[in-house]
Structure formats: C-alpha cells, structure tokens
Design a protein around this ligand. Structure first.
Ligand code: DGJ
Length: 723
C-alpha cells in the first residue's frame, strides 16, 4: 500500500511486515525516514521531527555542506554529499556536480512494464518520484514497486535527459538507500566453480565494501545479493535486510559506512567500465533491485525471497508447474555418444520413471571435444546420422520428451560461423583474442548477431520435437569491446551484451512458449533473478557430490526458491570430488529442488534401477511441497556435522525433511533437531518413526537425528492428524 501525506510531504510504502517511509524535506530533498517494522500512523510527526534534525537547514548559508547525516535516496556528487554518488552525469563541459531535488510524484496500480530488462511481473502499487538535478538537465525517476502481501520491495531508477545538451552517465546505479548502523554484519554469497554461493558474514568497517562482477555474467564468484544482518542473527531470530539485483551482467553492490554511522547501500550495473550517452529526451532504465526485511532471522528473509522469485519473477506458466524429471547424458557420455549409445540410456530413463531425456554438449557441427563447432547449430551427422530423428523416435517409443543443450553466446575458432564472421566474436583490434575453454564469446551487443543465433535456435525448435532446452554459458567475457560501437561508447558494451542475451531469451521463450528452458553457466555461474525471469530453473552447480551440493543448495536458498535449483543425481565416485556416497543420500539431497539424473542409467544394476524408480516415486509425493512450500533450514552443513532442511506447505499440514550426517563418530550424545516450521497447535504424525506429536513438541523438543555413518541420510514425512 502506498500513501502520500500531502501536508507533511511523507510517502509511506507498506508490504506485509515492513514499512518504507520517505519525505520531501523543507529544502526539497528526498529523505529516507524509515525502513523496517510498521509504525503507527501517529508516528508521522515523530518521523518528521527526527528527519528535520538530520536534514540540511534550508535557511543556513552553509546548507550545501550539510548532507553527511541525511539518509538519501539518490546520492549526488560534488555538492556536500561526500559518500559515493548514485549517478555520475558528465556534461559536455566535463562537469559532474549534481544535486537532486523533488519535482513530482505519481502512484500507479500494478507493476510497470519494462521492455528489454527482466522485471517483476506482478505487484499491487508503484510509486514514481521524479527528481531534478539542480545543475544539469538530468532527471531521475525513482520507482518503488510494492506488493501488499509480500515482504519484498522493488526499487529502480530511470535517468532521463530533459534538456538539449548531451549527457554521459558514468555511473547509473539502480538503488541508493541508507540505514542507521545497528552493528550490522554483511552477508554475501561468494564462491567459485563447483562451490557457488557460499555464505560469508563479516563485520562492516568504515569506508566502502564492494561486491561485484566484471566477468560479463553475474558470476560463480559473487552472487548479486547481499544482506545486512544483526550480530548473532540466526535462522529464526534477528533483524536482516536483503538486497538482490534482478540482473545477470557486470554488477556492483556497495555498502558505505560513514562517520555518522549510516550505511549507504547502493548498486546496479557495475560502473567500472560503464558509460551511457543520453541525448535530448532519451532515458536509461536501470535493473531492478529487490529489497527484503525480516525481524525473524535469515529464514524468514529467505522465505520472502522464495515467494518473490516464484510469484513475481518466474513466468507464471512454469512457476508452480511440475518440472520435467530429466536424465541428462553429460556425465554419462561426455562428448562420446551416438544414437546406438543413447537409445539404451533413453530406454532405461523410461524404466526408472524419468520423463525427459536431455542431450547435452557435443551433438552439433563436428564437436568431439571442447575445441570446435560452437556456433554451428546443426546436427553432427557422424554421431547422429539423419539428425535427431532416431533419438526423438526412441524417446517417443519410451514415452519420454526430448531436450537439447545449447550455448548460444559462444563461438569456436574452429567453426563455420567463425570462419564466415570472425568479426562477430568479441575482440579489440590490436589485442590478441582471448580464448577460454577454447572458445570466444559472440558480440551480443550487435542485433545482427543475436538475430542470426535466434534463427539458428528457432529453426532447431521449429523442426524438431524439443520440449526442453538447457542454455549453457561456459566462459567469462574478455576485452569488453565491440568493433560495432563508436570508440566513445565502448562503456555501453557490457550492458548492451546482457541486453542482447535478454533479447534472445525473450524472443525464444515467447516464440516457443511450450519449451521449458533451464539456465546454466558452467554450473551456477549465472544464477540470478535476471535469468530466472526467462528460465524457471537453473543448473545449480557442476559439483554434484551430495555433501558439496548440500552446502551449495543451502547457500543458494538464502535468496532463491528451492524450485529454482536444478539438482541431478550423478554416479560415484563423484567426478568432481572423487567421493562415494550412497544413492539414497544423493537422491534426497537432489530432491530439494528440481530433481533429475546425470549418469549412465543403461549401466546401473537392477537394484539401483529399483532404487531410482522409488526415488522418482518418492519425489512425486513431495513435488508439490518443493514447488509451493516454505523452506526452513534446520542444520547448517558449513558449521555443523549435520545438514538438515525442512519444507512445509503454506497451510502447515505436511512437511518433508531431509537430513544428512556428515561424519560419524562414536558418541553417546543424542543429537536432536528442532522442527521449527510447523504449527505449534497442530498434531502431526511422523511417518518414518510411526510417532505423533504436537507441532510445539516437535519444535521445542525436536527429533533425534539418526547416526548411521559418514554421509548417510534420512527423510521424515510429516502429516497433520485430522480427526
Ligand atoms: C557446463 C555445464 O555446467 C555442464 O552441465 C555441461 O552442460 C557442460 N557445460 C557441457 O559443456
């Protein structure tokens, strides 16, 4: 709900459990007054009183230098605000000085439509506040998009040149907000290939802490998310604020602690190599940022983000729909396959109850290793004589759908596409081109290149019965240069590249609405809300070892729904870690998301086949919880000897719990886990234990966790007893 108190010039934005309050102060600046718990209506006076103490005094000759204590919604440069500016706008005379004041505002119903950028699909109200630079023709529209029953507030900015002199944006962040520091800690999700989204919490010192990516993708190394959490915040207790970008390219998120102990949180497109020219009347829309607030610990923050991802980001057609249970051939065959080898895999995939076979890398051009053919999206006749027909027929005979791997943004040096259009690969003349995984990246800032790739992929989808696409992206960008852009607009390249990716994603997903798209980037190197807007789920990591995966999924769940995670059961010893764990453990960890298989199901024993059949049967029992339920993280595998997570339906009638003991040791101590997600007033039956107890007893006393050996696991299915 958005309310404007005209007399006090106060804006109030309310969601389910938060309130965000702003005012236009006497000097005309937009000042943030409050973000947190909902306050009483009568508190407007008190807020105004507090704001006046922090605001610059319009009557004072020194007003220009009095901004250190004011909580700003748009930091400016060179005029008394000495924190990092939100926008840097360079004029033709080289001047950068800016300062923004309120001009007008408007409230709209629903969420704004934004073309070309992923954005929230649905909301109740939107507030737009327009500011004007005192010293240039730059106007800023600040947007606040709110949902009455949600705990996520979406913010972004649109910068517009309202004059006739050109303006160059050297930084154009989406977000600026400030909080009084209550000894907050900074939580980030850092990582690398095979160890994505590892939670790390550190104190916040004075100065600037900056999280970023300069890889052309949101990256394995740093997710575009941060949270400020009270010291000693747990899953159940503590105040936290989350900030999550709806963006997949080079990003920056910064926290600046100043001498007044204010924390300025800012972010959006990474400004390191950014510029954007605005001619008369032109505007620039920044990516959205999803803010969330919880007084009940990290668990509640995560559940708010999970609801946000499902209800506002993912295409509603897929958000809560049953996901395909995939058998993928990558870890089974790598590049070495042909129809004869794939058919037994498909037949056995059907026997275990999977519904989709996905043909991974290596089916096109003359690709037998990672050295060639990216960009040549035609079937490799050596491996698949006559095209996909045999494979698709085999799938159909066995009642399976067919899925295909692609890597649209890439080109191999040894490819017909590169031989024909060497200039389509990203390069900077005079600098040796840079390979990674033996491949180059196509210049997706060029419409012509995106059009060509669209046609190639669309042709495949038109001509073959393909119901699933796995969209991969296996290297970082380099050079960050487009031969097609003028020298003075190269700062636009990285953002234009990701706009090209979004354009292709939009065109393919809307032209083929029945095809299910899964995102992937060398594992989870582009796991963000930008990609989730187009692809309902993303391959979480190339590390499929159950223990490592438990940790990766734990970290990922901090700001994404479990349904966004694609999890496969792979063979042992595990390819990435060499570790062997039981099929049961691999299965239950994978069941906490979109479950599938990544092994040669034609080479499994009869017992394994039976077990996988049961895994899929069991998964279908809990699938609706995975898609719709609330996640409660019970035991942290980073800090304890157990991993345990619980998913509860919204009405708190059923729950599914997965646990794993990491290492076994002789011990007389009974380790219990408290089941915190249930309704304390209800009575539940724990199927595996044959015992019933109230939600209160299960939450206060807990259940004893089984000790069966290293990396052993268990599940508990819990149901409300209704007389
Ligand atoms: C990286 C992906 O994460 C893998 O699953 C697989 O698709 C390979 N790329 C194929 O090259």
């Amino acid at each position: 709900m958005i309310v404007f108190n005209e007399q006090k010039r106060i804006f109030s934005i309310e969601g389910k459990n938060y309130q965000y309050v702003l005012c236009v102060n006497d000097a005309g600046f937009l000042q943030k007054l409050h973000y947190g718990k909902k306050l009483a209506e009568a508190d407007a006076n008190f807020l105004k009183y507090a704001a006046e103490k922090d605001a610059p005094d319009a009557q004072n000759a020194n007003m220009d230098m009095q901004f250190d204590g004011m909580q700003s919604e748009c930091g400016f440069f060179g005029r008394g605000d000495y924190r990092e500016a939100t926008v840097l706008c360079e004029r033709t005379d080289g001047g950068l000085v800016s300062r923004f004041r309120y001009v007008s505002h408007a409230v709209y119903q629903g969420a704004p439509e934004i073309s070309g950028l992923p954005h929230v699909r649905q909301a109740d109200d939107t507030l737009k506040i327009t500011l004007q630079d005192d010293f240039s023709s730059l106007q800023v529209d600040l947007f606040y998009v709110a949902k009455n029953d949600g705990d996520v507030l979406v913010k972004y900015a649109v910068y517009r040149n309202g004059g006739n002199e050109p303006i160059r944006l050297r930084r154009a962040f989406s977000l600026c907000t400030e909080l009084e520091n209550r000894n907050y800690r900074l939580l980030r999700l850092e990582g690398g290939w095979g160890e994505e989204r590892t939670p790390e919490t550190t104190p916040i010192g004075h100065g600037i802490t900056r999280l970023h990516s300069l890889r052309g993708a949101s990256s394995h190394q740093m997710n575009p998310f941060l949270a400020l959490v009270e010291e000693n915040t747990t899953e159940e207790n503590g105040v936290c604020f989350g900030f999550q970008l709806v963006y997949s390219g080079n990003f920056a998120l910064t926290v600046e602690r100043n001498n007044n102990d204010l924390l300025r949180v800012q972010g959006g497109i990474n400004d390191t190599d950014f510029s954007w020219d605005l001619n008369q009347g032109e505007s620039f829309t920044t990516p959205q940022v999803a803010l969330s607030y919880s007084t009940c610990g990290l668990g509640a923050l995560s559940r708010a983000y999970a609801d946000f991802v499902r209800a506002q980001i993912v295409d509603p057609k897929w958000a809560f729909a049953q996901r395909p249970i995939v058998v993928n051939n990558w870890e089974a065959t790598c590049y070495e396959f042909n129809s004869e080898k794939l058919c037994p895999i498909i037949e056995n995939a059907a026997k275990i109850g999977a519904d989709t076979f996905v043909l991974d890398d290596g089916w096109f051009g003359k690709r037998d290793n990672d050295d060639s053919s990216l960009g040549d999206w035609v079937v490799n006749q050596q491996k698949l004589e006559g095209g996909f027909k045999k494979i698709i027929d085999c799938c159909k005979r066995n009642g399976l759908h067919f899925g295909l791997w692609i890597e649209p943004e890439m080109v191999s040096e040894d490819s017909d596409l590169f031989r024909l259009h060497p200039d389509w690969a990203i390069q900077k003349s005079g600098v040796k081109m840079c390979q990674s995984r033996n491949q180059y990246v196509l210049d997706f800032s060029r419409r012509q290149v995106v059009d060509y790739i669209y046609e190639c992929i669309a042709k495949l989808l038109r001509e073959n019965e393909i119901s699933f696409v796995k969209w991969d992206f296996n290297r970082s960008l380099s050079e960050f240069y487009s031969e097609a852009l003028p020298f003075d607009r190269q700062g636009e390249f990285a953002h234009r590249f990701i706009l090209g990716v979004y354009d292709l994603s939009e065109r393919l997903t809307s032209s083929f609405p029945n095809v299910f798209f899964e995102g992937c980037a060398s594992g989870g190197g582009r796991f963000d809300c930008g990609m989730l807007y187009y692809f309902p789920q993303i391959w979480t990591s190339d590390d499929t070892d159950a223990f490592e995966r438990a940790k990766i999924q734990w970290g990922t769940s901090i700001c994404y729904s479990v349904s966004a995670m694609s999890n496969h059961i792979s063979a042992c010893p595990n390819l990435q870690t060499g570790r062997s764990v039981s099929l049961q453990t691999r299965g239950v960890v994978a069941s906490l998301g979109a479950m599938g298989y990544e092994l040669d199901v034609s080479k499994i024993s009869a017992d394994e086949q039976e077990e996988m059949k049961k895994q899929i049967f069991d998964y279908k029992r809990v699938e609706s919880l995975i898609l719709n339920g609330d996640l409660f993280r019970l035991s942290n595998p980073f800090t304890s000897n157990y991993f345990c997570e619980m998913i509860v339906d919204k009405e708190k009638r059923t729950a599914y719990i997965v646990g794993m003991q990491v290492h076994n040791a002789p011990s007389r101590v009974k380790e219990k886990i408290r089941l915190i997600g249930l309704d304390e007033g209800k009575i539940y039956f724990v199927e595996e234990l044959g015992v019933s107890a109230s939600g209160k007893a299960l939450s206060v006393l807990g259940l004893e966790m089984p000790k069966r050996g290293d990396f052993t696991s268990w599940t508990w299915h819990i149901k409300e007893i209704i007389d």
